[in-house]
Design a binder for this molecule. Structure first.
Ligand SMILES: [Zn+2]
Length: 427
C-alpha cells in the first residue's frame, strides 16, 4: 500500500474519532491511591530464574514486604535502587561485578521474610532470585512457589508510633553478607552472550478461516521477517517463541513461564470487526487491522524483553511497552508510514475503549485506560514529527496542552529505551 493511501486512512479514522470525542478532548485521570499494591500473588519461579517487581516510592512513603516459600528451596530476595538493580542484571547476564541491596528489604537464602520500613523517594526493584548468584546466596534446587506481597504506603497522620514499632520488629535472617564491591563496567570486559532468538511457531488450527490466515502468514513470512530483523540486532539470553494460534478467546499475551508470546487468531478477527464500521474499503480495513496487530506484537515483545533481560522498569510496565511499540513502529521508516501504523493501533484502543466487552481481553487488565493509551500514543507520534503530524492538533484530536509536551516525551522515552536496550544491541 502506498504512503498516501495510509495517510488518508489515518485521517479518515481520526475524523471519525473526532466525532466520538464530541468536542471534548479531556484526558481521563486516575486518583492516586494511599496504598499502592505492587504485587500480591503466588509465583512459580524456575531454577536459574528470577522475578522482578519495579515500583516508585514517593516522599515519606514506606514499603512493606512479605515473602514466603510455599514449596521448594530457599531463595534470595533483594530490594535495590535502580542503579544497583542494573548491576544485579549485569551480573545475571554473565557480567562480573557487584551490587548493593537495601538490608531492611532483603534476605539472603531465606524461606520466609517480612519487612516494613521507610526508604528515600525514588525507583526501586524487588527481586526474588532463584539463581546461583550472588556468591554466598541460595543455590537453586528446582522451581519454587513463593507468596509475594509488596505494598507501598503513604504515611497516615497519627500512625508513626505504630510504624516504628513494626519496623523494629522485623529483620530476621538478614545476613551481613557484603556482596563484593561495586565495579560495573557495561562497556568493556565481559560481553553478554547471544544465546537466543525470536522463533515463530504455528499452532494447530481447526477453524477454516483461521486456517486460511495461517496459510497466508506462513507464505508471506510476515512474522518471520519481523523476527529476523529483531534477531539481527538484539542479543537474547534465551529463545522467545511467538505462537500464532487458535486460542478459544480473543487475546494476545506474553507468558513468562513458557517464554512465549501468544497471538490468537480470534484477536485478529476481532480487530477486523472493530475496524469494519470505520473503514470504507477492504484495503483500508486490512491495513488498519494489520497495523494494530503489529502494534500488539511489539507491545508483547516489550513484555518479553522486560522479562528475559530483567529490564528495570519504573511506573507501569504496560505504558513502557506501549512506548517501545510506538518507538519501533515510528522509527521503522522515514516516510511516516510507521507513525500511521502506531496511530492505527492507538485508534483501536480508542474504538474499543468505550466497549464493556473489551474487559474480556486478559491483556487489557493491567493497562492504562484505553483512551489514555490512545492519547499517549497519539502524543508520542506527534512528538516524533510535529510538522508531519500537525493535523493531530489542528483537528483537535490531541489537546494543545498535551501536545506542547510531546516532543520532550518522545525524546525521553526514546532515550530511556535506548539506554535500557543498549547492552543488548549487537555492534
Ligand atoms: Zn501488556
Amino acid at each position: 500500500m502506498n504512503k498516501l493511501m495510509s495517510v488518508t486512512i489515518a485521517i479518515v479514522l481520526l475524523s471519525i474519532l473526532l466525532g466520538c470525542l464530541g468536542g471534548s478532548g479531556e484526558l481521563e485521570t486516575q486518583p492516586l491511591a494511599q496504598t499502592q499494591t505492587v504485587t500480591d500473588e503466588t509465583k512459580t519461579i524456575n531454577a536459574d530464574e528470577s522475578w522482578t517487581y519495579g515500583f516508585e516510592i514517593s516522599e515519606g512513603a514506606e514499603i512493606e514486604i512479605e515473602l514466603k516459600v510455599l514449596s521448594g528451596g530457599a531463595i534470595d530476595a533483594f530490594l535495590m535502587d535502580s542503579s544497583n538493580y542494573a548491576g544485579y542484571n549485569y551480573i545475571l547476564g554473565g557480567g562480573t561485578g557487584e551490587f548493593e541491596y537495601i538490608v531492611d528489604g532483603s534476605s539472603i537464602s531465606t524461606k520466609a521474610f517480612k519487612g516494613k520500613f521507610a526508604v528515600p523517594p525514588g525507583a526501586y526493584s524487588f527481586v526474588v532470585d532463584n539463581t546461583a548468584i550472588p556468591d554466598g546466596g541460595a543455590t537453586p534446587t528446582g522451581s519454587v512457589d513463593v507468596k509475594i506481597k509488596v505494598t507501598a504506603k503513604s504515611p497516615v497522620e497519627g500512625q508513626n508510633g505504630q510504624v516504628s514499632t513494626q519496623r523494629a520488629a522485623v529483620k530476621e535472617s538478614v545476613s551481613e553478607t557484603t556482596i563484593q564491591t561495586p565495579d560495573l563496567q557495561m562497556s568493556g570486559g565481559e560481553t553478554i552472550q547471544d544465546l537466543g532468538d525470536f522463533k515463530v511457531v504455528y499452532g494447530s488450527v481447526g477453524d477454516p478461516v483461521y486456517k486460511k490466515w495461517q496459510q497466508y502468514f506462513k507464505e508471506s513470512r510476515t512474522f518471520e521477517t519481523m523476527t529476523d530483523e529483531l534477531n539481527e540486532f538484539l542479543i537474547l539470553p534465551e529463545d522467545v517463541t511467538i505462537l500464532l494460534d487458535e486460542c478459544g478467546e480473543r487475546n494476545a499475551y506474553y507468558d513468562p513461564q513458557d517464554v512465549q508470546i501468544v497471538i490468537c487468531y480470534e484477536l485478529i478477527e476481532y480487530l477486523d470487526n472493530s475496524f469494519y464500521d470505520v473503514t470504507e474499503t477492504d484495503e483500508e480495513l486490512i491495513k488498519a487491522s494489520d497495523d494494530t496487530t503489529l502494534f500488539i506484537f511489539y507491545h508483547e515483545m516489550g513484555h518479553a524483553l522486560v522479562d528475559i533481560l530483567n529490564l528495570p522498569i519504573t511506573g507501569k510496565e504496560e505504558d513502557a511497552v506501549d512506548q517501545l511499540s510506538t518507538l519501533i513502529l515510528a522509527e521503522s521508516d522515514d516516510q511516516g508510514e510507521g507513525e500511521v501504523a502506531a496511530l492505527n493501533g492507538a485508534i483501536w484502543f480508542f474504538l474499543t475503549g468505550s466497549e464493556n466487552e473489551i474487559t474480556e481481553l486478559a491483556f487489557a487488565d493491567e493497562h492504562s485506560l484505553d483512551k489514555q493509551r490512545f492519547y499517549n500514543i497519539a502524543c508520542w507520534v506527534y512528538g516524533k514529527n510535529p510538522e508531519r503530524n500537525s493535523y493531530l492538533v489542528e483537528d483537535g484530536i490531541l489537546p494543545e496542552d498535551r501536545a506542547v509536551r510531546c516532543g520532550n516525551e518522545y525524546e525521553q522515552i526514546s532515550n530511556s529505551w535506548a539506554a535500557l536496550l543498549s547492552p543488548y544491541v549487537k555492534e
